[in-house]
Structure formats: structure tokens, C-alpha cells
Ligand binder design. Sequence first.
Ligand code: EPU
Length: 423
Amino acid sequence: MDQLVIKGPTKLNGQVKISGSKNAALPIIAASILLNGKTTIKNIPEIKDVISLIKIVEDLGAKCSFKNNIFKIDTSKLKNKNPDPELIKHLRASILLIAPLLVKNGEVRIPHPGGCLIGARPIDVHLEAFKRMGAKIKNGGKDYYLKADKLSGVNVTTDFFSVTGTENVIIAAVLSKGQTKISLAAAEPHVQDLCNFLNKAGAKIKGIGTHNIIIDGVNKLSGIEYEIIPDQIESGTFAIAAAATKGRVEIDGFVKAHHESLLSKFDRANIKYEFLSDHKIKILPTNHIKAIRIRTEVYPGFPTDLQAPIAVLATQASGTSEIYETIFEGRLGYINELSKMGANCVVRDAHQASITGSTPLYGTRITSFDLRAGATLVIAAIIATGESRLDQIEIIDRGYERIEEKLKKLGANIRRVSLKEVE
Ligand code: EPU
């Protein structure tokens, strides 16, 4: 177990390069199981979730290599039909293996996936869609068994927008018989990237980036070379960190088109920035940050994954900011940690909180409860006066590539220590 020790306050300054998108890399690696021949995917972030998924795919018999953010896979000789239950226990994205394995082998057995504890996270939307496409499903309590000789294209109207639910249906539909139409499809940049990857491999997906996706089944997909997009949430996290510390930071990999909702919040909060290109932003120091209202929504609305990070900005804003987390019921746990640091917060219920600022923050011992909460507390600790010690940082390693190295380059006083060293 490691701990991050951060001494503040620091204004971040300099340049940072954003890594490849975690939530694009995961479905794309899963979908690569369906491509014939060899596939090379560039810009894959070296983070725990990706490494865990690669281990699972290797255990299935795929020949993989992963060096310098380039992932190569050859799935011509898979030996196992089912993923190892031990390996998939901790990874929510392992759910994305259902579609490729069901299509490739005609059956799959998989336990309920693990992942960050941010809400109940059922998988009924995924199962309902597979059922409509012709799969027989048994839920044996501990695991799910799905069987289908060949899936058929159908109209799938999900109960609500689900990111991995949409991705699973897309992966299942590309090699199915006939046409699949998904209404209420998720449209996040990473969902779009999965579609672009599959189309390059020979799939026929239309409506990419909209909530109505149409997929015409094809007979085969071929191995390709592909480069995934920069991480929307990592770039947003760094932009918020720069703004909250009143620093001056150039962020390479901040895609303007992915961030309309964050930029509109920045405008309201009086955060100054300029674009150096469509993929590069410079955050400028702002002395008077204004309170904001955040309501998380599906894309292009404000992302739930940036709800916690932007709360740190709220602690530095004048007035009362309101936060309404509409998607998950367990994503406000970090607020208690911010309060310990001196923030003036009120949690109304599992979905709503308010933060009144601006208040100085002070270093103390705090804990990361989930990936984005962990990144949030890192930003808070950089603003805080004195030393903060952040526990459970393995959770942050699941989704942020070399976070302390990047922050150190921007001037943060941050180091990783093993708990043995501490006690
Ligand atoms: N839901 C159901 N039934 C389902 C599926 C979802 O009730 O079958 C509910 C969930 O409980 C939640 C809502 O629907 O309340 C939306 O969940 P969604 O399915 O969209 O989430 P996900 O696909 O499990 C992905 C990301 C999350 C991100 C959410 C929302 C990946 C691997 N994970 O999760 O990322 O928060 O979409 O955008 O793509 C993160 O990166 O930190 C992270 C948690």
C-alpha cells in the first residue's frame, strides 16, 4: 500500500501532456478480440485498469505485447472461452468482454464485475439488450452464463443512457446478422472512439456521436493500426487543478470539442484560458473565482467523472456552489475529506451538496474512496497549506498515468511513499 505525501500550497506552472483515454482503451482492447489478424493500438495509457484487462486477454490465449504505450494483440489462437473470475473481480470494464466472447465463441460465463464503489452499478441494461439480440441468459447467483449461436440485429431502446451498455451492444452488433438500431445510445468521446476503431476494422456504424446509432452487421473485421484519443477526464482534471491553484498551465491533449460543458463552467466561474490549438489549452491565473452550479449529465453534459474534481474549484470560489450528481448515488464521499481539510460543505443527500467559499484548505490525512475522488484530493492537497497524506492511492493508479510525475513537473511538492516507510 502506498501513500501520497503532498506539501502545499503550490501554484501549478508549466506544460503537461495528457495520456490516452482509459475509457476508450478498455472497450477497444476488449473489441480487438474480434479482429482477425494482428492489431496495433497506440496511445494506450499504462494504468492499472488497462494492465488488468491485458492480463485477462492474455489469459484467454491472446498473444499480446505492451510497450511504450503501444499495445499489440493477435487473437488467432485463443485457448480459453471464459475469463478468469479471479482476474476480472476488480475491474468494472471486464463487463465489456461479454460481447466479444459471446460473439466469438457462442457462449460466455462471467461473474458480476467489480470496480469503483460509486453506486449499485447493475448490468440489467446490457443483459436486456443481449436477450433482445437472441442470447439465452442464466444468472446462477454468482455469475452470468450467456449463449447464442448467432446474434441478430434488433432495435434496442435502453432504459437510459449507459456508457458500457452502449459499447457492449455496439461490439455485439458489428458481427451480428442484419441491422441493429440503438436509441438512447451514449455518445461520450470514448464511445465515439470505439466506433471509429471498429469502422476502421471494417464495421458499418452510423450515427457516431449521436444518441441514435445504426449498425449493419458485417462478416468479418480485420486487424488494423489505430491511435486512441487523449483522455477527456484526465485533461479536465489537469485543467481544474491548474485553475484551482491559480496557476498557468499548458495542457496538450485537451480536446476543445470534448469539453464544451467544462468550458462553459469555466466561463461562469471566471476562469481565464486560451486555446493554442484545437487540442491544446493554456489555463491562466484568475484572482476572483465565482461560485458555480454543477449538474452531471450524459455527454455532452457535465461528466460525472469531473464532478468531484471541480468541487475543489468550488472551495476556492466566492459564494455557494451547488453540486447535483444525477448519475451515481455514491459519488459524494470525498466531500467529508474536503471538510476535514477546512472546506465549508453541506451534503444534503446521496446526490446533492453545496460548497461555500472561498476557504483556505489545510493539509491532513485523507483517503481516496474512488478513482476520481482520489484525483480530487490530490488537487485539494496541492492548494492546502501544510502536509497532506493521502491513503488508498492504488485507486488513482487505476486511471491516471504517472500522476505524481506529471504534477511534480508542474511544480507540485508530491512524493509516493510505501506505508511501511510511514509506520
Ligand atoms: N446502470 C444501470 N443498469 C445498467 C447499467 C447502468 O442501472 O445495466 C446505471 C448505473 O448504476 C448508473 C447509470 O446507469 O447509475 C450510468 O452508468 P453507466 O452504465 O453509464 O456507467 P458505466 O458504463 O458502468 C462508464 C465509465 C465510468 C463513468 C460512467 C458514466 C467505463 C469503463 N466506465 O461506467 O467511468 O463514470 O460510464 O459516464 O467507461 C471512471 O472512469 O472513473 C468511471 C467510473
